[in-house]
Every structure is written in C-alpha cells, then in structure tokens.
Design a protein around this ligand. Sequence first.
Ligand code: ZN
Length: 489
Amino acid sequence: MLTMSDFSPVKSAFKIYPASLHEENDSCVFIADIGDRDVLVAAGPAAACFTGTALTAGDVPYVCCELVHENADALRKMFPFTAPSKVLHEKRTVGVGDRLGLAAPGHIRVFNRYDAFPIFAQQSIRELNLTNRTFGDVMDAATWGVFREGFTRPWGADGDHLKTFDEIEYALKYGYTMITLDCSEHIHNDAAKISDEEVAARYTPNPELEALYMGKTFDVGGHKIVFSEADFKRTVLIYSEAVDYTVAVWNKYFEGKENGPELEMSIDETESVTEPYQHYFVASELLRRGVKITTLAPRFVGEFQKGIDYIGTVESFDADFAVHAAIADELGYKISVHSGSDKFSVFPSIGRLTGGHFHLKTAGTNWLVAMQIIAEHDPELYREVHKYALEEAFTEASKYYHVTTDLTKIPALDTLSDEELPGLFKLNDARQLIHITYGLILTQKKTDGTFAFRDRLFSAWRKYAEEYAVRLDEHIGRHLQEVYKGFQN
Ligand SMILES: [Zn+2]
C-alpha cells in the first residue's frame, strides 16, 4: 500500500500548481507548469485513466499528460467538481465566458468572494467560429481551470445564442448544462414598424389568444401590463413564431428529461426594444404551453454595446427594467442581462430591481484585459495588432457586432508613446475596436501560413499569467461589487 509520501519524488520533479494537488485513493494527480505549457501528472492507480508518456521519478512510475480532450473527459469522471452542473436556477448566476481559455484563474478569484454561481464555459457559435474553437475546447479549458485552481463549487456551461437544432445537439453532446436559445430568426421585427391598419390586415384571427390577452390589463407587481387591440395584434405578429419555435425546442430536448439542461430564451438580439407587454406575452404563452424557462433575456431600453458602459439614462433604464424584473418574478424565472460587460452605471439597478435574482452575461471583457496587458508589456506587438485591427479587421468584424464605434476618435498610434498605449483602453472607441476584432486577430495568418499574432500573444499571456489573473479579478470583481450594492446592506 502506497502512502502519500511515496509520491514525493514525482512531486519534487515538478513546479506544481498547489491547489491542483490531489492525493487520494492511493493516487496523486496534479497540474504542473513545465515552462512553455501546463501538463497533467498522475501517479498510482489514477495514472491508468489518462493518456500520456510513462516516466519514473526515483522508482515511482507516473504519466505526464497533455491537456487534451480525452484527458479532460477522464478528469471529469474522476473529479466531479471539474464537470459542469445545472446552476442557472440558483438565485444569482454570472456567465463569464473565456475566449482565450486563460481566464479561469482570475475569474475563480472573483467567485471565491461572491456567492453567485459562475458559468465558466460560455460561448456562442459566432465566438466559436471566430476563434476556431469547438464546444469541447471551451468546456475543457473550464475543466482544467477549475482543477488547477481547486474551485470545487458547482459551475455551469452555456451553449450561448444557439439558433438551430444542430447547434443545440452540438452543445448537448459536450455536456453543456444550459442552452441559450436565440429566437431572433423567428421574431418578425418588420411588424414593429408597420401602421396599425397594416397590422390589422396581416393579423389572422386567433380566438383563443384574443380571449386571453386582447383588451386585457394585468397587474404585475404593481405595474400595469396593458394589451390594447393594436398592441396585442402587433405582438402576435412579431413573437408568435418565436414562441412556437421555443415550444418545439422544449418538447424535443427538455420535456421529461430528468437530467436535461436548463433553458434560457433570448429575444435580445433584435432591432427593437422588447416592450414589457411583449415580454409578458412571450413568457406567459411559454408557461401556458408547458415550457419551463429558467431565464429570459429581453432587449432593454437604451443600448448594451460590447465592452463599454450602458448608453442611456439610468432613470429610463430603471423604469423599463423594473417592469421586466417584475414580470419574471411573477411568472417564475430570472431575468437575464446580456452584453453585461462594463455596464457599471446600471449594475446597482440590476441588483436592486431583481432583489438579487438575476443572470448576468459578460463575455469579452477578459479579452480586453488580456490585450491591455500586451499594451503594457509588449508595446511593439500591441502596435502591430492595433494597426491590423484598425486597418484590416474592423470593417469585417463590424458585420457580426452591433457597435457605434467612431474610428476617428482613436488617437493615431504614432502620436502615442509606449507609456500612453494602455490609456487607449480607457477610450470607448478604442475598446470597441479591439473588443470586436478578437477573432480576426487570433486567427490572422501570414503568407507562410503561420499565425501573425496568435503565438506571440499566447506566449506573452503565459509570461504575465499572474498579472492577468490579478487584473481580471479586479475588473470582473468590480462588476459583481456594483451589482451586489443593489441588494445588500
Ligand atoms: Zn444576447
């Protein structure tokens, strides 16, 4: 029988991440830094579960394993806390996303201080395509991160903004614990702009729905939800197909599935603001038709653009958000706030008006923090990336992301000293330039087929990993601090 000390020759051969060291069941498993990368090391019976190179230290055999998918799968079986679980129904949840697969150490420091449950694996199909990653890659990065940092609380995995059955099956195959269904292709926004006469002409009579909503007023937590005949008919034209689609998705992938995923319905990526009565119609129709959503993401008044603060007045946001939050509360799910990065001016409202029951998604901020590290430590590389983003990538990237960036407001690089480069990350237009061009920056190749920036960026991030964790902890920590102000005291 081996005892713990028997693994000391293996342990002393490596620079171990201390929180990853697990000595149990006569085995020893940990993650180590071997310079250019991290590896998983296993000794004792556990070694047989992983694929790697068999070696010995002293007389003790062990395997040294790359952080690849099959080993991540084995780790999830061996240590259940490294696999995602269903957390969306908890009081507060925050999706953080991690486009680089490097953010877990910083994120974990935040969630060690706040009781919100994290969704560490969170990527949309758009982000997967733009970064050449798979749902498996995203999940594995989260698994390695939580094991390395010893994060044993439950965390979730979100197949974000999925539109088709194929996309849903892709995420479910990799064990994603929630699906964010993007209904934008089934929302007929054109009907938001036509006249009441045209609405009446397009509308097909539906006695069942008319009896339920038309001309009716609902009292929701002190707010009046009123369906005039014209508003009702317009709402049916815009949203009824999205409701039908969600019902179909629910029946196929969620209904009766004991261990199935949780469902978020998103109607946020549309051209027009979701009126509270429209939100009420969509959610109460889902409920009536047997769909149990855990969260719903409306499009709120004002603008939630990527990587910058809320655009609009806090007063108008509060007035709108309060009604959406009351509807969610009344109908039994949580409000989900998308594009939640850096919305500092409305975070306290989100905490307050939901009574601390919310789902908040941030995605790209960790990328911006990573790029700021480059601007600070490798100004030459930063200048190259910035120039590429400005001159080549922005036009292409702005096809995928809605932003109002004014490139002329970004100071010309050659007027800035190296010391002034990090200051660019205080300017909204410069933030958005870098924020939305991530995919092109990470995948751009030179004529010889090698990456233009990727390898140099990742090796710099590895070098400054601790600083990145500290800065991310500060930045994302400030998000939660502001939201929590709304419901603590
Ligand atoms: Zn969204």
